[in-house]
Design a protein around this ligand. Structure first.
Ligand code: ADP
Ligand code: MG
Length: 227
């Protein structure tokens, strides 16, 4: 399923004026491909993900997720689209303190109205895939920062999203773990025809991507296929 942004502009209030975070951004990410978003701090990378995630409504322009123009959707339909079709990994994992690693994943299936029995099995499979098979019953405070980030990533994959949006997923991980997580994201993107966007500073990741979008001052200045 394709993700496309067409001429998207987003501003935030800034003193007496407005700050332009996204300035006429166009981006097309076909299903089964990965696009890296690179650029200096403050250039609009996270804003681009927030708009693609339907968490923030742009001032103008079009955001089409899995064939649906998000401008046509009300708040309830948008949150349903997010639960069912969009996987989001923020830089700071926000994991409820009282839930075990497996439960963090299972609750996503529950929210999307999926059967609980299958969810447990899938949660354990995904935890295994990110190297946490033996940590399924641990709560967030019993995990390291890197382990929490891997739970966070596995959680985003739980409902097999059509669109996967990932903000610097491996910055908290060592090289080996980071490479393993990237392998998983690439494999699942190909297998499930996911449209994946990955904000990254890691140049080793770029050669695994199908394209690189470069942000500067809210503009997407370059979008090149790396393949
Ligand atoms: P990046 O992820 O590339 O560092 P961001 O998208 O976070 O960039 O930020 C782009 C610009 O928008 C920056 O100037 C930032 O300060 C501003 N910005 C981001 N989020 C908000 C917000 N919620 N309110 C006001 N300004 C914001
Ligand atoms: Mg950011």
């Amino acid at each position: 399923m394709t993700l496309s942004l067409h001429d998207v502009t987003l501003t935030y209030p800034d003193g007496d004026g407005r700050l332009t975070a996204l300035d006429g951004v166009c981006l097309e990410v076909p299903g089964g491909t990965l696009t890296a978003v690179v650029g200096p701090s403050g250039s609009g990378k996270s804003s681009l993900l927030a708009v693609a995630a339907t968490l923030v409504t742009p001032d103008s322009g079009q955001v089409v997720v899995a064939g649906r123009d998000t401008a046509d959707l009300g708040p309830a339909e948008k949150s349903r689209l997010r639960r069912e079709e969009i996987g989001i990994v923020f830089q700071q994992p926000n994991l409820p303190a009282s839930l075990t690693a497996a439960e963090q994943l299972q609750v996503m299936a529950h929210l999307a109205g999926r059967p609980a029995r299958a969810a447990r099995g899938r949660a354990l499979e995904l935890l295994d895939a990110v190297g946490l098979a033996d940590k399924a019953d641990r709560r967030p405070h019993q995990l390291s920062g890197g382990q929490r980030q891997r739970v966070n990533i596995a959680r985003a994959l739980m409902n097999e999203p059509a669109v996967l949006l990932v903000d610097e997923p491996t910055s908290a991980l060592d090289h080996e773990r980071g490479a393993a997580v990237l392998d998983l994201l690439v494999t699942l993107t190909r297998e499930r025809s996911t449209a994946t966007v990955l904000v990254t500073h890691d140049h080793a990741h770029l050669e695994r991507m199908d394209g690189t979008a470069r942000m500067a001052d809210g503009r997407l200045t370059r979008s090149v296929p790396t393949a």
